[in-house]
Design a protein around this ligand. Sequence first.
Ligand code: 2AM
Ligand code: CA
Ligand code: CA
Ligand code: CA
Length: 276
Amino acid sequence: RIVTSIAGKSPVAVAVNTAAKAGEWIKSKLGSYENLEEKTSSQDLVTEVDQGAEKLITNLINTYFPNHAILGEESVEPGPEGAKRALEKMRNEEYLWIIDPIDGTTNFVHGFPFFCVSIGLVHEGELAAGVIYDPLRDEMFVSEKGKGAYLKGRQIRVSRELRLSESLMASGFPPQDRSDRHLQKFTEIVPKVRNIRTSGSAALHLAYLAAGRISGFWEPSLNVWDVAAGVLLVQEAGGRVTDLQGNPYTLETTDIAATNGHIHDELLKCFKNYYD
Ligand code: 2AM
Ligand code: CA
Ligand code: CA
Ligand code: CA
């Protein structure tokens, strides 16, 4: 059991309560954001709601843990280099919070109801807690290292499918990567699986994997805040996360393969020669 009462001030409790507050506020702004800005391109968006939610989250975490470091998407210079540099700089902090205030900003902007708040905590270099909150469905996914993964207080497990052919999968197309190899791989994998969803939030896809709603997910060129919390959820729900070549997940991993474990090798087989 994971204790999520804020009275104890456990980091998980603070993460849960913070994600709930941020999520409620984001939900109240759905359809009424005022400033839409393009970051690196017309495919890479930010609104004042992303920025406001990040501030709210940062302020709350700071209140409880003034000595912890916080890495948030909207406080880092746009582009993959900015993300890499920021992580390098903060990597050795004893406690590092990794925040994506809205994962699925494009969906939020268009009113497509699939986005979430993602809050991960790294302790001495290892994922220690991961919380993902979907405010529209009021679904709070919570994981703590060694204690399992939970949805609304009930323990969740990855799915049982043993083969790609019976698996519902998810993937995505981040603005940073519409490369031929990614598109080609997508075309190759579609006929091998039961079906694929590309719903626009890497974090929520990982939470769905942890809950057994899909059996696998892959996506290249992601940033640490897209996946940190989701990776722990998947691992604590019995799943497996690597890069596309099968190396174990680290905070530096950008090309992600995550599955229920059973179909992992079959999925990785599809990525042989991916980088050649
Ligand atoms: P976001 O909504 O927080 O920006 C969809 O394929 C995924 O790509 C989402 O998780 C989305 O996160 C992420 N994404 C958006 N812009 C990105 C970028 N510039 N680099 C990497 N991932 C990005
Ligand atoms: Ca973004
Ligand atoms: Ca994101
Ligand atoms: Ca975001």
